[in-house]
Design a protein around this ligand. Structure first.
Ligand code: HEC
Length: 152
């Protein structure tokens, strides 16, 4: 590197000197306003409970079998689980709600999702109510995906 300042830095300093303090403040404010909407376009940040739920979803290995983007896995994707009718292997239906979610984790064989092998490990009470609540809060934030949710 040369020990002379780069020409563009000199130009910048001259430019800032020319527009003065007021102009600089206006420029900074404009730059901040350009950035803000961009940040908000990204998905809403998860709250503390949902963030803990996401960490647990990975730490407890749920993500090994369940995707969160609607794509197929060993088990049904968690995207769009909430509030939707789930088809069961015995031909019945159940609503994707808290009761069914909890039962699915503690006693997965009680109701088996149609099109899937009953391959989910029984977690029983090895997951605390608190941890389950966090996982459910996270699953609720997943955007619904209509497409690859069901097995074929
Ligand atoms: C070894 C793979 C595996 C792991 C690990 C696993 N699951 Fe599953 N899960 C499945 C399979 C396969 C099914 C579908 C068959 C059934 O209903 O038992 C299923 C079904 C479910 C269902 C019902 C979904 C529906 O659409 O009906 C929920 C909810 C669920 N799992 C949540 C979890 C959570 C939460 C964890 C982590 C604590 C977890 N699973 C870990 C394989 C797995």
């Amino acid at each position: 590197m040369s020990n002379k300042s780069s020409p563009w830095i000199v130009a910048l300093i001259l430019f800032l000197a020319a527009i003065g303090v007021g102009g600089t403040v206006v420029l900074v404010v404009l730059a901040l306003q350009v950035q803000k909407p961009g940040e908000q376009v990204e998905q809403a940040p998860l709250g503390p409970l949902e963030t803990r739920g996401r960490a647990l979803f990975q730490a407890r290995g749920c993500n090994a079998c369940h995707t969160v983007d609607g794509s197929a896995g060993i088990g049904p994707s968690m995207a769009g689980f909430w509030g939707r009718q789930r088809q069961l292997a015995d031909g019945g239906q159940v609503t994707g709600d808290e009761a069914y979610f909890i039962e699915s984790v503690r006693d997965p064989q009680a109701k088996v999702a149609a099109g899937f092998r009953p391959a989910m490990p029984e977690f029983g009470n090895s997951i605390t109510d608190n941890d389950l609540a966090a996982i459910m809060a996270y699953v609720r934030t997943l955007p619904a995906q209509q497409s690859a949710d069901k097995a074929h």
